[in-house]
Ligand binder design. Structure first.
Ligand code: COA
Length: 396
């Protein structure tokens, strides 16, 4: 450092928002997360109502058709699509067909070990000009093809007559089942959008630089992959497997907490009460279990048992976390019952996060469009705490 004197930077009086907690950086018409009251509104509807009475196509029509102002330029959402869900069904069906035609060009992408790595690599190969609806449609096609490839099976072509949720199960090689389709549709709608979560923020940051939709979508996928965000439901099931018996929940959880481990599926940055999505998904599993039971389906007992175990584990985890951290409510989040629902629908756990991406892509693309129409370049500041060499004009 020659004759320069190293010193630490002068303290500045700007407030540091660690993890950007509570910092407002955008206005949105897409969704509202009220963490104190446990209320989630998506496209002007409470999530409970949406999940109960709307499918994924209707959700898209609401979220994109009415709530995103169309912007001029390449980033705009498909202008021919209004608020009718039939148009959305056709657009998604076309998009799935086009994505399927691309599979032979993806090379070794579908052989990657991790489903999110495969999805990220496959999406990155889509042309920049790909329409937003085609991007949403492509994710389940790539996810299902990845799953089939790792099983050594041929990809199943989409059926354009089917709705999105039904076709997803079809592409995974499952027999048609209207009750499971309904449960999956509930899941897709429930997790479609959620304010400025980490992956949506990542997408908006990239969109704010005037980059393209595909790049913004890849950024969102990268953020979602992390276990603190979209990677939690697989580990939730691992935990339920390890506990296996309600009586073992308390000692297991106590040990994990004593070792300083986080209980997956518990806690949230925004919610100080139970995540309302945990309720919609828990109800959907309950409805599926009832429907399976009414049909005398062999799987009914397994679903009922899993749901009972999950409820017991949630109850114990909540109590133990309350005792450990009374000042910080740590309640079940969406991932807890995502794990139970997707398992009941027959989705392998390696596909949990890719399917979360397939659903959340609806919100990501809407936020990307919204960012372009309303937002400025997102560029926060950092406080330098490294060594500051003295400048020669400051030396005595
Ligand atoms: N299990 C045990 N302790 C937890 C916890 C969990 N699931 N979640 C948070 N905590 C504890 C933290 O250890 C921290 O304790 P400390 O103050 O003694 O260090 C405190 O609660 C606050 O946690 P913090 O990391 O500041 O909260 P956050 O808002 O940054 O994190 C999550 C939110 C979701 C990342 C966090 O709750 C978590 O890791 N949950 C598990 C993963 C998960 O389910 N992710 C899906 C989210 S939808």
């Amino acid at each position: 450092m020659n004759n320069e004197v190293a010193r630490t930077p002068a303290r500045d009086n700007r407030v540091l928002h660690d993890g950007l907690e509570g910092v407002l950086v955008a206005e949105t018409r897409l969704s509202e997360v009220d963490g104190e009251r446990g209320r989630l509104v998506i496209a002007g509807h409470d999530v409970e109502e949406l999940a109960e009475s709307h499918g994924f196509e209707e959700l898209l029509a609401l979220l994109w058709g009415e709530h995103v102002p169309l912007a001029p330029g390449p980033a705009r959402l498909d202008p021919q699509l209004g608020s009718g869900s039939d148009a959305w069904q056709r657009a998604l069906a076309d998009g799935r067909m086009r994505a399927f035609e691309r599979l032979p060009t993806l090379g070794a992408t579908l052989e990657l070990e991790n489903g999110m790595d495969a999805l990220r690599a496959a999406v990155a190969q889509l042309p920049e000009s790909t329409q937003a609806s085609e991007l949403v449609a492509a994710l389940p096609v790539f996810a299902a093809a990845w799953q089939r490839t790792r099983l050594g099976l041929k990809a199943v072509p989409p059926d354009p007559q089917k709705r999105h949720a039904e076709d997803l199960l079809h592409m995974l090689g499952q027999a048609p089942d209207s009750d499971k389709t309904r449960a999956l549709d509930t899941y897709l709608v429930t997790v479609s959008d959620h304010g400025l979560n980490a992956s949506t923020f990542a997408a908006r940051v990239v969109a704010s630089t005037a980059s393209d939709d595909v790049s913004a979508l890849v950024a969102a996928l990268c953020a979602l992959k992390g276990p603190l965000h979209g990677g939690a439901p697989g580990p939730v099931l691992d935990m339920l497997d390890a506990i296996a018996d309600e009586a073992k929940a308390k000692p297991y959880l106590r040990r994990e907490i004593a070792e300083g481990k986080r209980i997956m599926g518990m806690g949230h940055r925004i919610y100080r009460v139970r995540d309302p999505r945990a309720l919609t998904l828990e109800r959907a599993v309950e409805a599926l279990s009832r429907a399976l039971s009414a049909r005398g389906h062999a799987q009914d007992e397994a679903v009922r048992g899993r749901l009972a175990l999950a409820r017991a584990v949630e109850h114990q985890a909540e109590a133990l976390l309350r005792a450990k951290k009374p000042e910080r409510p740590l309640r079940a989040n969406v991932e807890f019952y995502t794990a139970v629902l997707l398992e009941a629908v027959g989705i392998p756990r390696a596909l949990f996060t890719p399917l979360f991406a397939a659903a959340r892509s609806s919100g990501w693309l809407a936020h990307i469009a919204e960012q372009r129409t309303r937002g400025r370049l997102i560029r926060p500041a950092s406080r330098y705490v490294g060594v500051l060499p003295a400048r020669s004009d400051e030396l005595a």
